[in-house]
Design a protein. Structure first.
Length: 202
């Protein structure tokens, strides 16, 4: 499981590199008159693709925590998506929620998230969106001797809401609230991620 965790972290670093490269390419395209056609996307059967990254605060739900219950951590995500039509799209991402203290040890959660996204345009620049999907989550629990500890993975529900503000044709800023369901050695709990990020549109 630790090896898988390292692979997921490498995936996140690679994603950040790709996002930076895409942004540089986009800036060059804007300077030279080249603009996205709207037909490009990294996800099959979608168009008007985009990539992005967000960072923010994660809140762990910690049932049955009796001592040193710090439920907040720094989290983030990388994502790519595309539109099926004007109002619906698909988004795939990697989520990392950081580490939080629990009962003299700590917990950590991360996962791969696939969501159906519904869009409601508010104006030319603003749009609201809602998400529902699933997360293939991985958790690690470290605890003193005699308490439940170890690694778990599961396929659980995810959903969220957000607001996107288009800065120009290629760039946008968005704020997200996401809720994910994770499985631990002794329970199943939710975790929230409140984040703000940048989106580059192809």
């Amino acid at each position: 499981m630790e090896r898988l965790s390292m692979q997921l972290r490498k995936f996140m670093l690679t994603g950040l590199t790709v996002l930076a490269t895409t942004a540089t390419t986009g800036a060059f395209a804007a300077d030279t008159g080249m603009r996205g056609t709207g037909s490009q996307s990294w996800l099959p059967y979608t168009s008007y693709g985009y990539v992005g990254g967000s960072i923010g605060r994660s809140d762990y739900e910690q049932d049955n925590c009796l001592l040193f219950c710090d439920d907040r951590a720094t989290g983030g995500k990388l994502f790519t998506g595309g539109q099926v039509n004007q109002y619906f799209g698909v988004e795939l991402g990697y989520v990392y929620l950081g580490e939080a203290d629990r009962n003299g040890g700590d917990i950590r959660a991360q996962g791969l998230n696939l969501s159906l996204v519904g869009h409601i345009p508010v104006s030319d620049q603003f749009k609201l969106f809602g998400k529902v999907g699933t997360i293939w989550g991985f958790t690690r629990t470290r605890a003193p001797a005699g308490q439940p500890s170890g690694h778990e993975d599961s396929l659980r529900l995810s959903y969220g809401l957000g607001l996107q503000v288009d800065v120009n044709r290629n760039w946008a800023v968005r704020g997200d609230w996401d809720r994910y369901r994770f499985e631990y050695p002794d329970r199943k709990d939710d975790a929230d991620l409140y984040s703000i990020g940048l989106v580059y549109k192809f």
